[in-house]
Design a protein. Structure first.
Length: 150
């Protein structure tokens, strides 16, 4: 009987730790996209960390990535990758990173009820953008002139 109880307790603990690790993504739609959105490969989503691009665009959604618990091991690079993946799944042309956040666990965070040393949760917030017009075709250089005759 004790082995069955110990195994069940170990399973509950392992499941709780696995669920509590990683990053949680939340999204809030803020504007209507300028065209239909379709999923795309993550590597096709542009990432901007120093401001929005000059190209005309619409801010479509506000996306927040936050450590799921004090036990999360995801770093900034992991969170940025998950923001890009969410943007790709949604059909964003780009992700404009707004900054980092940090907050102490609150009453709605179950771990604060049993863990007096719960660490602050790190987060990254960003905006999903869509360009308002298709990208212009690149300007091709004229071929080098060749002198004929002489």
């Amino acid at each position: 009987m004790l082995n069955r109880f110990t195994s069940a307790a170990a399973l509950v603990l392992a499941t709780s730790l696995a669920v509590g690790c990683g990053t949680t993504i939340r999204e809030t739609v803020i504007n209507t996209p300028p065209r239909a959105m379709a999923a795309r490969p993550p590597e096709s989503v542009e990432m901007f960390t120093s401001g929005a691009p000059a190209r005309a665009h619409v801010d479509v959604a506000f996306i927040e990535a936050e450590e799921s618990s004090s036990f999360s091991t995801d770093g900034t690079a992991d969170m940025l990758a998950k923001l890009r993946k969410r943007g790709a799944d949604r059909g964003c042309d780009g992700i404009v990173v707004g900054g980092l956040s940090s907050r102490d666990p609150g009453l709605n965070d179950g771990e604060s009820w049993w863990n007096d040393d719960a660490k602050a949760r790190k987060g990254v917030y960003a905006t999903c953008i869509m360009y308002t017009a298709p990208e212009a075709a690149p300007i091709l250089a004229s071929p080098t002139p060749i002198a004929v005759g002489g």
